[in-house]
Design a protein around this ligand. Structure first.
Ligand code: HPA
Length: 271
């Protein structure tokens, strides 16, 4: 059989050959190199049944299982976005496979445009909540009763305890962390200045084109989530500067070392 639940389990079985991780870390645009793992075993998306193939530069599409700070961790480099034209079910299949594999915590990173005036290019921001303007939801359609409930609660989607722990680690390592609400748009065009003004009025501090589907699927499956965003540019209209993908990748590269130290410290601390 090749039902969707079968695909999830086949992917989980394939990943189980790499190890038995407790935590999964998704590294977004330009952030692929921030973590070093010991005893690392890697498999490309193309060799994991059911995994989607990313098409954007800066996203290589591979999964590594190994040790970070003594803990068994799965690291996903690259991801698929809704704007690539894939159905939500494919976009969230990796997260669902990690849950089936026994992962209990998802650490998700991304690049975003800064909307809030207090934010600067290069800031690392703990995501406190999100606004879903993708126009879709990965849970649309028949509920996967074996995975989670029909109407999952999203009150504490971004786990307050994990956020507090990340803040402590940030203070110890002198890596300042801001906090903010992430708004997801479909893309791939960047926003207009009028859209950014509207999103600010809605309560958004950050804007991006990822993360929200994975977080919804993770919460559905009962995973705890920590989200960290790198502000790669000020959102459209905040300055006169036009937006470019090159600037996004360049900023994440510049902040990669601090993000890597923060994540390694967090993973060593997290229980
Ligand atoms: N808008 C949407 N997505 C983004 C941005 C942005 O300004 N920067 C990085 N990802």
């Amino acid at each position: 059989m090749n039902t969707y639940p079968d695909q999830i389990h086949r992917a989980a079985h394939s990943l189980g050959q790499l190890g038995a991780p407790e935590v999964a870390v998704v590294l977004g645009s330009g952030l692929s190199d921030v973590l070093r793992l010991e005893d690392a075993r890697t498999r490309s998306f193309a060799d994991i049944p059911g995994f989607p193939r990313p098409t954007v530069s800066g996203h290589t599409g591979e999964v590594t299982v190994g040790k970070i700070s003594g803990r068994s961790v799965l690291v996903q480099r690259g991801r698929v976005h809704a704007y690539e034209g894939r159905p939500m079910s494919e976009i969230v299949l990796p997260v669902r496979a990690y849950a089936a594999l026994g992962v209990r915590t998802l650490v998700i990173t991304n690049a975003s445009g800064g909307i809030a005036e207090r934010l600067s290019v290069g800031d690392l921001v703990l995501i406190t909540d999100h606004i879903n303007l993708l126009g879709d939801n990965p849970l649309r359609g028949p509920n996967l009763d074996d995975v989670g409930p029909r109407f999952p609660d999203m009150t504490h989607a971004y786990d307050p305890e994990l956020r507090a722990r990340a803040k402590e680690v940030g203070t110890e390592l002198a890596v300042p962390l801001e906090e903010g609400v992430y708004l997801a748009t479909l893309g791939p065009s960047y926003e207009t200045p009028a859209e950014i003004r509207a999103f600010r009025a809605l309560g958004a501090d950050l804007v991006g084109m990822s993360t929200v589907p994975e977080v919804i699927a993770a919460r559905h499956a009962g995973l705890r989530v920590l989200g960290i965003s790198c502000v790669t540019n000020l959102a459209a209209g905040v300055t006169e500067q036009p937006l470019s993908h090159e600037e996004v990748i360049e900023t994440t590269r510049r902040r990669a070392a601090d993000l890597g130290r923060l994540l390694a410290g967090f993973l060593g601390r997290h229980v």
